[in-house]
Design a protein around this ligand. Structure first.
Ligand code: PLP
Length: 443
């Protein structure tokens, strides 16, 4: 595999950009190699600066549900560009996107557009605090909600492969108002609620966790969060930056049947451009300026080009009702291939993770949407379980997959994303590569 140009670019990048990248996990540090630099992408493929082609299961970390550079999205964006890139005044597209989000997720009665998932969750938490007049929030270890100060406590994603679990530079006061519970552990939530009665503004949760590897909620867990927040006068925030429009058009609410007070969206909703959203109950969202006293603003919020990419992507998803079944079917085939090689697999729709668990017995369970588990078997249910993985075995497997031209996330603790551009033939080819790459590791 030729990598001269990528190496040269990485050397230049490291002179000027911290670690040579603009988001840490892109540096490939957890898999002991240098990143490739992307030249362009088409459908399921990424092509790097040296002309290597990779079958892409990262999909820009989630947005790419249709594959890269979908012709309809590109055409709509090009047309939008010709009208001007930003106006700082409202446009029809913002209204249309809000209507589409509402049509998919009826819980969202009022919605505000922002530019990143980080901003969406940070703002939703501020609204929850403003609405309830309370300061504390409960989050779950291993759930990632972007890099805002108050949410970087025991966060997953890139932090799981750093040597420290929490970021430096976060004032101690923030950590004090962020309480951390154990995912899938009702008792841990009840205890925090009891110890902080009348002080908890919100429970914020990834309804299907996908930033410590994929960890689905156990049956009843989200229902429990819905009940306890109602009982305690706290709000329930579903961080659907990954799950929104991914698990189903209606995201986690449609997929699990549980509703939340506030939802955050990102990734798919921007169709590959920097756009995210938060919204929910009308009475709560009415706190947002200029209607209410919670201030939140953005120069490029609702950017017309990004909005166009979002609208076009959502419309394609809405018109193709078969897409979620197709994605589910393909992801199931990949999951089965990993399972046959003796790995622990968690899956929810087109999100999956294969965990390299030392001493894993294939008779052990696997968490899926039904929470189906073998009697007495183990499964990866929370942050601590995920942390027990053999990251060196993962790195070796990652490198073997990449040598075969298949790009999976360069960390044990990220999801594998299946897109509509991953045809059955490509899935079959991937299953072959999985069999070869995992087996090679055992010898
Ligand atoms: C990616 C992600 C975020 C942060 O979104 P950015 O656009 O990267 O700021 C927040 N929450 C979840 C669940 C995510 O996966």
């Amino acid at each position: 595999m030729e990598k001269r140009k990528s190496e040269q670019l990485f050397n230049r990048a490291q002179q000027l950009i911290p670690g040579g990248v603009n988001s840490p996990v892109r540096a490939f540090r957890a898999v002991g190699r240098h990143p490739f630099f992307v030249e362009r992408a088409q459908g399921p493929w990424l092509i790097d600066a040296d002309g290597n082609r990779y079958l892409d299961y990262v999909c820009s970390w989630g947005p790419g549900i249709l594959g890269h550079a979908h012709p309809k999205v590109i055409e709509a964006v090009q047309q939008a560009c010709e009208k001007g890139l930003t106006f700082g005044a409202p446009t029809a597209g913002e209204v249309e996107l809000a209507e589409l989000i509402q049509a998919c997720v009826p819980d969202v009665e009022l919605v505000r557009l922002v530019s990143s998932g980080t901003e969406a969750v940070m703002s939703a938490v501020r609204v929850a605090r403003g609405f309830t007049g309370r300061e504390k929030i409960i989050k779950f270890a291993g759930n990632y909600h972007g890099h805002s100060d108050g949410l970087l406590v025991k966060a997953g994603s890139g932090l799981m492969t750093q040597s420290v679990p929490d970021s430096a530079g976060v004032p101690a006061g923030y950590a004090a108002s962020t309480l951390t519970a154990v995912y899938n552990d009702e008792e841990s939530v009840s205890r925090l609620m009891e110890e902080n009665r009348g002080q908890v503004a919100a429970v914020v949760v990834e309804p299907v966790a996908a930033n410590m590897g994929v960890v689905p909620p156990k049956p009843g867990f989200l229902e429990f969060l819905r009940r306890i927040t109602e009982d305690e006068g706290a709000l329930l925030i579903f961080d659907e930056v990954i799950t929104g429009f991914r698990l189903a058009l209606g995201g986690a609410t449609e997929y699990t049947g549980v509703s939340a007070d506030l939802h955050t969206f990102g990734k798919i909703v921007g169709g590959g451009m920097p756009l995210a959203a938060y919204g929910g109950r009308r009475d709560i969202m009415s706190c947002v300026a200029p209607l209410g006293a919670v201030y939140q603003a953005g120069t490029l919020s609702g950017n017309p080009v990004a909005v166009t990419a979002g609208i076009t992507t959502l419309k394609i998803l809405m018109e193709d009702r078969g897409i979620y079944e197709r994605l589910d079917c393909r992801a199931a085939k990949l999951a089965e291939a990993y399972r046959q090689e003796g790995l622990a697999v968690n899956r929810a729709g087109s999100l999956l993770s294969a965990f390299f668990v030392p001493g894993w017995d294939s008779a052990d369970g696997a968490a899926d949407r039904t929470g189906r588990q073998k009697e007495g078997g183990r499964s990866i249910e929370n942050y601590e379980d995920a942390c027990g993985c053999d990251t060196q075995a993962f790195a070796a497997y990652f490198n073997r997959m990449l040598e075969r031209g298949i790009f999976v996330a360069p960390s044990q603790f990220e999801a594998m994303f299946v897109s509509d551009a991953h045809t059955d033939a490509l899935i079959e080819m991937t299953c072959e590569a999985i069999r070869a790459s995992v087996r090679q590791g055992e010898t």
